[in-house]
Write a protein that binds this ligand. Structure first.
Ligand code: NAD
Ligand code: MG
Length: 402
């Protein structure tokens, strides 16, 4: 046994290996070949990128969800990597999430598309490194209950939740003298823009995040602060917190990744450079520590750390997240699905930036809220919300610069 407490290399599946989190995870894993073995890599349809990753990391399985991409991939790997087992579809994802030789599953698919495979990992009792916050937002109760029943451990990768996890020794609020959680938010690229300019924001401006390099969807969510809204919901499930125990604070430098305030008014914060390899390395090594490849904070070079409250009228999506938390049931799944449709439409230049929040409000008003106690109920709510959101898009003003 070494200092990490590891006896033999841990098997890892990466769901969403070709994305921003997936690539950062592979960088961390590559620093520790003695501790981890990549068992499976998955992608939606990026054949070239997945192929390069397979050549470099030599997994036993590769999954391309898209069937045509899987066929193309299979024909290209046959001679180069004859041992590689290629699977496709949602079933392929569920298979590699539950393999017996896998200890840890990094859930890093973006959006509702990650729901079933992340749940498959939970049901197989794996240690699940959760980046895919949307699955917890959609089906939080189901996830937490299944994790308890199946003996799965869910470790937060989202930087804020990973920070709180590090500041909260028992991992949950009840009984631990916690007054509130403080989720920090950079405020995104439009924090100081005149409100009148927001309808004219382009997708390129929205995805240019001031501090973090991330996938397109989460970058737009950061600009609307829907991301922080999803994170408030995620925090309630992960840490057994009530919505009124989770506050959001704007901190433009993204050096403090979140904080826990205790009853005695002590505040414990986690700090670090804004680089996802830190929470990824933390979750992979927990309860031990290992190098992430990230340089340390230079406190003397840091400029002052600023904090400010969230302007509600600038970020209406955040209020919608608190609203669906109060509503409960399928309301968060409806909000999440509508948001995915609206963000894609904005990225495709079909709607304006400011239409996103309006569409979410319309969809929430249009749909009844039901209990979210089965995967079917959650999936139905997701499908209904996508349908109503698509109808709402038609009423939006077309994006002015196409
Ligand atoms: P990304 O867009 O860079 O990558 C998404 C990955 O999911 C890719 O591998 C892609 O092939 C796969 N994928 C997309 N659609 C799919 C589908 N229909 N079926 C199967 N696979 C599919 O996204 P990202 O920025 O890496 O984010 C991934 C998740 O991590 C998101 O839930 C995001 O909220 C969360 N997260 C990301 C960051 C970050 O810094 N990027 C930080 C915190 C949390
Ligand atoms: Mg985050």
């Amino acid at each position: 046994m070494d200092t990490l407490g590891v006896t033999s290399p841990q098997g890892v599946t990466l769901l969403g290996a070709t994305g921003s989190i997936g690539r950062s995870t592979l960088e961390v894993l590559a620093c520790h070949p003695d501790r981890f073995r990549v068992v499976a890599l998955t992608a939606h349809r990026s054949v070239d990128r997945l192929l390069a990753q397979c050549e470099r990391h030599r997994p036993r399985y590769a999954v391309l969800v898209d069937a045509d991409a899987a066929t193309d991939f299979q024909s290209r790997v046959r001679t180069i990597l004859p041992e590689l087992i290629v699977l496709s579809g949602e079933e392929g994802l569920a298979t590699v999430a539950a393999l017996p030789e896998v200890d840890q599953v990094m859930a890093a698919i973006v959006g509702a598309a990650g729901l079933r495979s992340t749940l498959a990992a939970v049901r197989a009792g794996k240690r699940v490194l959760l980046a895919n916050k949307e699955s917890l937002v959609m089906a939080g109760r189901l996830f937490i209950e299944e994790a308890r029943l199946c003996g799965a451990t869910i470790l937060p990768v989202d930087s804020e939740h990973n920070a709180i996890f590090q500041c909260l020794p028992n991992g949950r609020l009840p009984g631990n003298g916690v007054r509130r959680l403080l989720l920090t938010a950079s405020g995104g690229p439009f924090r100081t823009w005149p409100l009148a300019d927001l309808p004219h924001v382009t997708p390129e401006q929205a995805i240019a995040h001031p501090n973090w390099v991330m996938g397109r969807k989460i970058s737009v969510d950061s600009a609307t602060m829907m991301n922080k809204g999803l994170e408030v919901i995620e925090a309630c499930w992960l840490f057994d917190a009530r919505p009124d125990q989770v506050d959001v604070l704007i901190h433009p430098q993204s050096v403090i990744h979140s904080m826990v305030e205790y009853e005695d008014r002590s505040v414990v914060a986690q700090l670090g450079n804004p680089d996802m390899r830190i929470p990824i390395a933390h979750a992979l090594a927990w309860p031990h520590r290992m190098a992430s490849g990230v340089r340390g904070l230079d406190f003397c070079a840091l400029q002052a750390l600023h904090f400010e409250p969230v302007e509600e009228h600038r970020f209406p999506c955040l209020s919608l997240a608190y609203q669906v938390l109060q509503q409960g049931g399928t309301a968060p799944a409806v909000l999440n699905a509508a948001n995915e449709v609206a963000v894609q439409a904005f990225l495709d230049r079909h709607i304006r930036f400011t239409d996103i929040a309006r569409i979410l409000g319309e969809v929430l008003d249009a749909l009844p809220i039901r209990a979210a106690d089965t995967l079917e109920a959650v999936s139905e709510a997701d499908a209904a919300a996508r349908e109503v959101a698509t109808l709402s898009l038609a009423r939006a003003v077309r994006y002015p610069t196409t």
